[in-house]
Ligand binder design. Sequence first.
Ligand code: ATP
Ligand code: MG
Length: 652
Amino acid sequence: MPGEHDAIENLLAESRTFPPPPEFTAEANVSDPSVYDEAAEDLERFWEREASQFHWYREWDSVLHWEPPVAQWFLNGTTNITHNCLDRHVESGGGEKVAFHWEGEPGDTRTITYSALLRDVCKAANVLKRLGIETGDRVAIYMPMIPEIIVAMLACARIGAPHTVVFGGFSADALVDRIHDCGAKLIITADGGWRRGQVTDLKGAADQAFDDAPTVDMKLVVKRTGHDIAWDDDQDIWWHEAMDAADEQCDPVEVDSEHMLYLLYTSGTTGKPKGIKHTTGGYMVGTASTHRWVFDIKPEDVYWCAADVGWVTGHSYIVYGPLLNHTTSVMYEGTPDFPDKDRWWDIIERYGVSILYCAPTAIRMFMKWGDEYPGSRDLSSLRLLGTVGEPINPEAWMWYRQVIGGDRCPIVDTWWQTETGTIMISPLPGLTTTKPGSATFPLPGVDADVVDDTGESVPLGHGGYLVLRKPWPAMLRGIYGDDERYYETYWSRFPGCYFAGDGAKRDEEGYLWLLGRVDDVMNVSGHRISTTEVESALVEHDAVAEAAVVGRLDAVTGQAVAAFVVLRSGVDGTDAMLDELRSHVAERIGPFAKPKSIVFTPDLPKTRSGKIMRRLLRDISEDRQLGDVTTLANADIVAEISDKATTSPGED
Ligand code: ATP
Ligand code: MG
């Protein structure tokens, strides 16, 4: 029985199970469960075998040096990740394979082969060198979802200049903060990009950032939209002009396995962004292996990771993992509702996409829009579906399976972070029997545990804090310029363990269920309740597409559950519906979890990466002054929710 004093209680039970289809298992990249034992028995040998598939100029002396919290992988080995992403495939005759089927929002398309990508990367690397960028210099990349963002990243990696990609939806201020933190010398940007039929003003923001960023000498500007922009010959260079003049030959720079490949700042759901540092060798091995296992990548697959390159999901599973595995990918510039709400399904039909990887927030949005959009397209090319970014509510998982996956595609719910670099907890699609809403088990070589306040493992059936006990190749190597914060944030709470900041539970069969951030856990009359489980209970109701709950101060119960609910299209938010939803939660979880208030809203405040911002909802519920909302995707909704929250009819 779940204990009253658990750090986080285990409240919902799920009995549906989905074994991998036998025909999937028969062909799967991983179909022998002994891989888990092999990795557990000899972690270093396991990863050494994975590493040996790559090109190294010099082999490593030892696989791992581990002095918590500092890890080094493949010590003294030297390599270049772009050689492994590009030259290696071209040299072995795979140059004509398509690396990217790219589609712009207005409908323009480009097909980019491995040979073409290699040529562009070499030219761009020569452009960087001409601009004075040297191995070790940081380069800021601030671009839309166009092929040049990938060329820019790889050009940096080719010469060993760490890139820091700043998501194109961020403001000039966010760009400046990150440039200051890492001392970037160059900004690579574009005039703009297309988003829902509008031009985004990237160049304007880059100009503003430039004025505040003394370390930056120049801006290299891709012409994407062709709209009028300010231009200053002393600081601006057209990408296409520089590329035309550049040589097509550029040898990759041989770098140490622990050479910094990139910095990526966490999205800032929780305070000041941290420059998460990733290095070369371990990251290369980790992204390629996890991509091959989890997505079961085959030579003939057409793979689509629908994240933005600006997030870690884009770094690891649009750029590095897929290219290392010689994969053909789809890349799309714009929004899913342009020109209409079937754009994604249209893309899947036209390119014959076989693997789709996206976020729960997108899935819930499609659920809200209705089944007719995917229903009008042929999605039979799909064979595997993935999700990442937030816990996926079991009902959203079921919808994804049935409506998108035609009840035949396995789903991989992948838990990981900017910090982990690679997927850590996920089904292996040919091996794992899945349960809707569970990320299932740690991948081979990953030692994940759920612990209580004292750091002891919780028994099966209980919840607590998610920790990782062993190092892994793609793990972060620190926070740029702040070792103390690295230690404090991740390693001080449970000595010797990496603390992810997330809650989790293990069910009676040992399956892992992510329960959201521990900062969001509610304490209602002594019950430690995860937001995830109450939200999932709400989403289980037919009328609900999406829900967020927060704990707000309450004189009687300590905290009370405040819910914000997005109804499916066509459903009305009546008082009767409100009562029904409250009773539904009480029935599914218990009377103590019943929302004290419910606000119906057309949307929820989200980060630019699509995650619900519960901190803001808490402020609204408690009527506090609102904090920073600049990283919000849909800032208007805050005012709207805020109005309603003060007049909510759901109060007792
Ligand atoms: P910040 O650290 O700045 O607050 P962030 O945590 O949103 O930003 P990411 O590194 O992109 O930035 O997200 C990682 C987090 O996303 C995880 O810690 C977890 O909370 C959540 N997450 C990712 N994948 C899953 C998943 N499959 N199931 C549950 N939660 C997930
Ligand atoms: Mg985080």
